[in-house]
Design a protein around this ligand. Structure first.
Ligand SMILES: Cc1cc2nc3c(=O)[nH]c(=O)nc-3n(C[C@H](O)[C@H](O)[C@H](O)COP(=O)(O)OP(=O)(O)OC[C@H]3O[C@@H](n4cnc5c(N)ncnc54)[C@H](O)[C@@H]3O)c2cc1C
Length: 406
């Protein structure tokens, strides 16, 4: 039986970050990472479209934590100790140049996730952290002062263990047996399936929008770019709703209505008045040929057609009803959502270890001494933009501090 000071279960983002930081704080420690797969860091590899969006340029703890539908309150304290600026410094200190894109997302300058992986592998070698692949952990249990970890390739002993197994159901069921509450996993970060004549021919069109879901059980609103896809709608405004509504939308079996305003911040009345002015000032101009409000032309045409306006009609031809309809289509288009799709294969799981049962100073279990968690195993998840990795880095960093202490 092999003996370690610290065993990290799971060779993903959170596992590697924890192992490296613990070793850096105390190089004497014997640390190993047990990974069930043939490869480690597979999600880091494919993350951010292969570019790895390592974090987000948001440098205020409260603002940063507001991006976590689950974990907002609990991460506030930890972010005061380790957040975006620290993440940037951490990688830059290791020679990984980073850049911030216009929307705030942070990437390696190389635009290649492999640079992040190389950095992690280099550090595990430097600190002699053992990385044992194809070691699937089957169970773990307390044996006197140690944790006994049973894997597909033999048993291991360690004084402290860290679970960084992402959304692996097996680990959750073991934790349930150890008395932890697991919040049911549901998918987050998905796009909406919508079959609707108004957007049928518009895939690829992107525009700023405000999207709202308002039913008996849910009232959510988000804004940002909206992208029309072959299946329906995607883009940051939609993904944010999918994250904040993850649990309620699952209860609705992903059947619900959304209200889209294609003109953020402009009211129905305001638009109606502007349309009336167009009718007066541009009476002879054809409506479909002259897109207004800086909208993409095909979207404008589609909304106008849905308002009962046909090809060749001029502003003078429009009656009161058509003006009303158009103003309504522009500011409160209703679409029926029927199901969801994955977003560029990127998704996270909402659910996991109940946050009430974790000490967020150290990321240690409140029930079991020397049992730590970090990353997606916890009931923490965020919208897209680098926030999910930030959760893994922050948890890993703070747990590493506690793990490395004697
Ligand atoms: C396609 C895609 C792209 C993404 N892009 C981004 C992005 O650009 N930015 C961002 O912030 N977030 C992104 N995310 C989310 C992000 O990848 C996750 O939030 C993050 O990887 C979670 O890290 P983790 O270490 O907790 O879990 P994981 O990365 O899932 O790692 C868990 C590891 O544990 C191993 N494991 C599980 N069970 C066992 C077991 N029983 N024994 C041993 N090992 C086990 C798994 O094989 C895995 O290697 C993306 C997600 C996907 C799917």
């Amino acid at each position: 039986m092999q003996n370690f000071d610290i065993i990290i279960i799971g060779g993903g983002a959170a596992g590697f970050f924890t192992a490296i930081n613990a070793a850096e704080l105390n190089p004497e420690l014997k640390i190993c990472i047990l990974e069930r797969g043939k490869e480690v860091l597979t999600k880091v590899k494919v993350s951010g479209g292969g570019r790895c969006n390592v974090g987000h340029a948001e440098f205020l703890p409260r603002e940063l934590s507001a991006n976590y539908p689950r974990g907002e309150k609990e991460l506030l304290g930890p972010f005061h100790k380790f957040m975006s600026g620290d993440t940037m410094q951490w990688f830059e200190k290791r020679g990984i140049a980073l850049k911030v894109e216009d929307d705030g997302r942070i990437f390696p300058v190389s635009d290649d996730s492999q640079s992040i992986i190389n950095c992690f592998i280099r550090d595990t070698e430097k600190f002699k952290i053992q990385v044992l692949k194809s070691h699937a952990v089957q169970t773990f249990q307390r044996e006197e002062d140690f944790w006994k970890v049973k894997t597909s390739k033999g048993d291991f002993l360690a004084a402290k263990i860290m679970l960084a197994t992402g959304s692996n159901p097996k680990m959750w069921s073991i934790l349930k047996k150890l008395g932890h509450k697991i919040i049911d996993p549901v998918p987050s970060l998905f796009t909406f399936n919508i079959k609707d004549q108004r957007i049928k021919d518009l895939p690829g069109i992107a525009t700023e929008a405000v999207v709202r879901i308002n039913s008996n059980t849910i009232d959510l609103e988000s804004n940002g770019p909206l992208l029309v896809t072959h299946w329906g709608m995607s883009g940051p405004s939609i993904l944010k709703l999918s994250a904040w509504g993850a649990r309620e939308l699952q209860k609705l079996n992903y059947q619900f209505e959304i209200l889209v305003s294609w003109l953020p911040g402009v009211t129905f009345e305001n638009v109606l008045n502007q349309l009336k002015e167009l009718k007066t000032n541009f009476a002879k101009q054809q409506v479909l040929k002259n897109a207004q409000f800086d909208l993409p032309k095909r979207l404008w045409q589609s909304l106008a057609v849905a308002s009962g306006i046909s090809d060749g009609m001029t502003w003078a031809d429009l009656n009161k009803n058509q003006l009303h309809n158009l103003s309504s289509q522009l500011t409160e288009s209703v679409f029926q959502v029927n199901g969801k799709s994955t977003f560029k294969e990127e998704f996270v799981t909402a659910g996991g270890v109940d946050l009430k049962e974790v000490n967020f100073q150290t990321f240690e279990s409140k029930f079991h001494k020397n049992l730590f968690f970090a990353g997606e195993i916890l009931n923490i998840d965020a919208i897209t933009g680098g926030f999910n990795f930030q959760n893994a880095w922050t948890g890993g960093f703070l747990a590493a501090k506690a793990l490395s202490e004697n």
